[in-house]
Ligand binder design. Structure first.
Ligand code: UDX
Length: 459
């Protein structure tokens, strides 16, 4: 079959893999190739044991792979053949030097840009897919235009808004697709070409085109606003615990105001994931670098509130278990940063586990998808940690249960059986408010929900 366009994606991670699978699925006339330096990762994309778990992803990959979707480690060849290159390499938070802990580490991005120049023989559109600080495209353009081959690279920003666990659905039915480009003739033409890809399945009204800088900054701002809502309701959950208010009732009552809306208002142990913290710190860093101290402080508080919420959860466990958890067995139900993913990046579970181990508790961690990552996250720490896929085995002989992730399977457990198998007094700390607290109390548990009165049998 003759393909009308060659699309390449550099970086076969959480963003590149699913995005390209859906583009290939929806645009059979385009050849879509995903490349990565990591051979093992590419081998897994070529197998039925994909490197990431997303509902619906395997089916999408199986439908297009070998037809017009290819995974490979041949980066130079891929670059040479491509008309459009999506760059979706990782841009983690810098861990060293200037801006450590806040700014994005752009070394992979820059390396990729140089590689593109080295192996290109014709003009191309370069699409920024990684989350990047505002005005990165400018730097990219400089690197790309410093070539003596007389070829033109047009840089376009097309930030992703997919959430893990619902990535395939977010790709199939996005709220919007954002495409930022230079407002020049070639820039606008490049934006149209990228819009053409998405218009295979996304209604025209949902494809938004802006200038480059607006597109880049929109990504950070969208995540900052979402995280701010969670930190806001989590701040209120702390106040609820001091009063007789119930955070779930408040969330419902306030969220019923259509101007506010009900989504991203569920109180939790805190938000995690690869995006929120990183993007907000990036925003803070950018604001500080422009001398906007108040703006930086304002957004930084969203992160501080999130740290406070996680710290509060651990302190409550220690306080309520009579101020000592030395040698007590605590079963952590969940470790992923949210349900339906095995991803543990920035998961509150990591913080909780570390703090409980410092207090010398014995931990059992139970999660249907995240145990592999949990093992890596906790490797090298002192203390007793066990990993268990079966929740009933995890809680046997435990003094307390701490719910970290809102997996459906935890809601459906037989808590009478669990109570019988636990040490007494038996404690439940529900960091996600997913369990039936009244019922647990009737069974005999001492229950500590989030932002609601605790239910204890102590006098
Ligand atoms: C997020 C953005 O939603 C997405 O648009 C962006 O592109 C990447 O970052 P993701 O990190 O996959 O996606 O997860 P998301 O569903 O947004 O949840 C983030 C965190 O907030 C999770 O830890 C989740 O448990 C928590 N959360 C979410 C709450 O605590 N309360 C809520 O009401 C919603």
């Amino acid at each position: 079959m003759k393909f009308t366009r060659n699309i390449l994606c550099i970086g076969a991670g959480y963003v590149g893999g699913p995005t390209m699978a859906i583009i290939a699925l929806k645009c059979p006339e385009y050849k879509v190739t995903v490349v990565d330096v990591n051979e093992e990762r590419i081998a897994r994309w070529n197998s039925d044991d994909l490197p990431i778990y997303e509902p619906g992803l395997l089916q999408a990959v199986q439908a297009a792979r070998g037809r017009n979707l290819f995974f490979s480690t041949a980066i130079p060849e891929g670059i040479r053949a491509a008309d459009i290159i999506f760059v979706s390499v990782n841009t983690p938070t810098k861990t060293f030097g200037l801006g450590a802990g806040m700014a994005s580490d752009l070394q992979h991005w820059e390396k990729t840009a140089h590689q593109i120049v080295a192996h290109s023989e014709k003009s191309k559109i370069i699409v920024e897919k990684s989350t990047l600080p505002v005005r990165t495209a400018e730097a990219m353009e400089r690197i790309l235009s410093e070539n003596k081959k007389d070829i033109h690279f047009e840089v376009v920003s097309n930030p992703e808004f997919l959430a893990e666990g619902s990535a395939v659905n977010d790709l199939l039915e996005p709220d919007r697709v954002l495409i930022g480009s230079q407002q020049t003739e070639t820039g606008l033409q490049a934006a149209r070409e990228i819009a053409d890809i998405y218009s295979h399945w996304v209604p025209a009204g949902k494809i938004i085109t802006t200038n480059l800088w607006s597109a880049e900054l929109s990504k950070l701002v969208a995540n900052a606003f979402l995280a701010q809502r969670i930190s806001s309701i989590n701040a209120i959950s702390a106040l609820c615990e001091k009063t007789d208010a119930d955070v779930a009732e408040i969330s419902f009552a306030v969220g019923s105001d259509t101007r506010i809306g009900s989504r991203f208002m569920t109180a939790s142990i805190g938000f995690g994931g690869s995006c929120f913290k990183k993007d907000i710190l990036n925003l803070v860093y950018i604001c500080r670098s422009y001398g906007l101290e108040e703006v930086a402080d304002y957004w930084e508080m969203v992160i501080r509130m999130n740290d406070f919420q996680q710290g509060r959860f651990v302190k409550k466990i220690i306080r309520e278990m009579f101020n000592t958890i030395v040698g007590k067995k605590i079963a952590m139900l969940g470790f992923a940063f949210k349900a339906n993913t095995g991803d543990t990046r920035e998961s509150p579970g990591i913080f909780v586990a570390k703090k409980l181990l410092e207090e010398r508790a014995d931990l059992v961690i139970c999660d249907p998808q995240a145990l592999g990552n949990a093992r890596k996250d906790l490797a090298g720490l002192d203390g007793n940690v066990a990993f268990e896929t079966d929740p009933y085995r995890a809680v046997a002989g435990a003094h307390a249960i701490a719910v970290i992730t809102e997996w459906d399977m935890f809601k459906k457990l037989d808590f009478e059986k669990i109570f019988a198998a636990m040490q007494k007094p038996a404690f439940v700390f529900d960091g996600r408010n997913i369990l039936d607290h009244d019922r647990l109390f009737r069974i005999g548990f001492n229950v500590f929900p989030l932002g609601k009165p605790s239910l204890t049998h102590f006098r």
